[in-house]
Design a protein around this ligand. Structure first.
Ligand SMILES: [Zn+2]
Length: 454
């Protein structure tokens, strides 16, 4: 049954609530929200329409991805971009990405969302900053593509305005006029941004990075986000090359620049946030800025290790993200949580970072980063967004602690996923979605994109 009004997810094998509550006896959902948490052997206080026996499932809040570039699923493992660090990697890919068409973006968006959903991800942020000729309605295309998958999304209206001719990194064909960017941003917010609990589509503003937009656009984007009361997003402090670029072009470090353009504030979240000094970490925390930690991408491009524990201690919200599929090249959130645990242990030691920390970043931490209070936790009043994992795979054979095993034994795929009270994944598959057809279409579109370069 897909749409029962009330469901009891009964007595899970293990449960991580991302809070202090206990839900060993399970969770009762009514009209898409959590209405009751039960302790072991407790019964729901009122009759329910449906009981889902979860004794073989580990129950988590739906995972939340805070940074991605869905279109990059078309350029995974592309030969011209292999074995390079950020700036060279970007310069190899920009000319390919400049050939993006509406059909390609539609396909790439559905692939990314479906892949994320199958890994337990119920909400995803995307950073789309490519609007070449013919792609002016890129975000509208993404809104439409999302419909079939059913995930919650924060689609960020990205932008690039500083082309090679003006000392920026991207080729001139990929940048847009700043007035056009701001007008389109406002149009998208007015048309699509949902406010309040249970939102499925939200819009945020996202100039791509300090090396691809002008100082004016950073400042104007912040002013517009303040006016429209929405979130702000960009890449920051990903590499030392970027720090050198800021010093040379703006005469200051990345956080000084952020402050100068009005971005040191709670509606801001930053992708990567690796190269901050101690004083900068304190300033980011005091301002309530969020960071999307991208461990897989950071390892792939050898960018460095985010200082998660110091950032959190200073008051920065830390969320988890897979980043774009050209630098990961996978969109698997439960695997990403495993990578976060491991890379952070490399920095702080095994005793300082547990599987619970990584799961917290992937759930309640990510929700805070996206400015959402209605998701990311199993608690009364929150949206009924869950990821449920079984332990049938050979990698779990002989395992003990079921929650720790999700990360330690490398869980890959959720068995069930619920969003707003509706099952969106059943038995490891998305009902109503022809996945083989989707994958075949994506291969065709990816080949066509690369062919456009020649
Ligand atoms: Zn990114």
């Amino acid at each position: 049954m897909l749409g029962a009004n009330s469901i009891w997810i009964k007595q899970p094998l293990a449960c991580f609530t991302a809070g202090t509550d206990n839900a060993d006896g399970g969770v009762v959902i009514r009209d898409g929200r959590i209405v009751e948490l039960l302790s072991a052997n407790e019964q729901p206080s009122e009759p329910v329409d449906e009981v889902f026996d979860a004794r073989e499932h580990v129950l988590l809040p739906g995972l939340i991805n805070t940074h991605h570039h869905f279109y990059q699923t078309l350029t995974r493992a592309l030969p011209c971009a292999l074995d390079k660090e950020l700036f060279d990697w970007l310069k190899s890919l920009y000319p390919v990405w400049a050939g993006l068409t509406p059909d390609m973006l539609y396909s790439g968006t559905q692939i990314a969302l479906a892949e994320l959903l199958l890994s337990g991800c119920t909400t995803a942020a995307d950073h789309h900053y490519l609007f070449p000729t013919g792609m002016e309605e890129a975000i509208d295309i993404q809104v439409e593509a999302r419909e079939k998958i059913g995930s919650r999304v924060t689609l960020t209206r990205g932008s690039m305005s500083l082309g090679e001719d003006d000392g920026g990194l991207p080729p001139q064909t990929t940048v847009q006029d700043e007035e056009v960017i701001l007008r389109d941003s406002e149009r998208l917010v007015n048309r699509y941004h949902e406010r309040g609990d249970g939102a499925f589509v939200q819009i945020a503003l996202a100039p791509c990075s300090p090396f691809s937009v002008s100082e004016e656009l950073m400042r104007d984007s912040a002013a517009l986000a303040n006016e429209l009361d929405i979130q702000l997003h960009t890449h920051l402090a990903e590499t030392l090359d970027e720090e050198a670029f800021c010093l040379e072009r703006f005469g200051c470090r990345t956080v000084d620049y952020l402050e100068r353009v009005g971005w040191l504030q709670p509606r801001t979240w930053l992708a990567h946030g690796i190269h901050f000094n101690d004083a900068e970490i304190q300033r980011l925390g005091a301002a309530g800025v969020g960071v999307a930690h991208c461990p897989g991408s950071n390892m792939m491009l050898a960018s460095g290790i985010c200082r998660n524990l110091e950032l959190e201690a200073a008051g920065v919200n830390i969320g988890l993200a897979v980043d774009g599929s050209a630098s990961n090249d996978s969109s698997n959130m439960i695997v990403e949580a495993r990578m976060a645990m491991y890379i952070q242990r490399l920095r702080y030691g095994s005793a300082a970072v547990s599987h619970r920390d990584a799961l917290r970043w992937a759930t309640s931490g990510s929700a805070a980063v996206l400015g959402r209070e209605d998701i990311g936790q199993i608690a009364v009043g929150k949206q009924a967004d869950f990821a449920l994992f079984r332990r049938d795979d050979i990698s779990f054979a002989g395992s003990h602690d079921p929650l720790a095993a999700l990360l330690l034994c490398n869980a890959q795929r959720a068995d069930r996923v619920m969003i707003g009270g509706h099952w969106r994944v059943i038995d490891g598959a998305i009902p109503g979605l022809d996945l083989p057809r989707l994958i075949a279409r994506q291969h065709e579109q990816a080949a066509a994109l690369v062919a456009r370069l020649h």
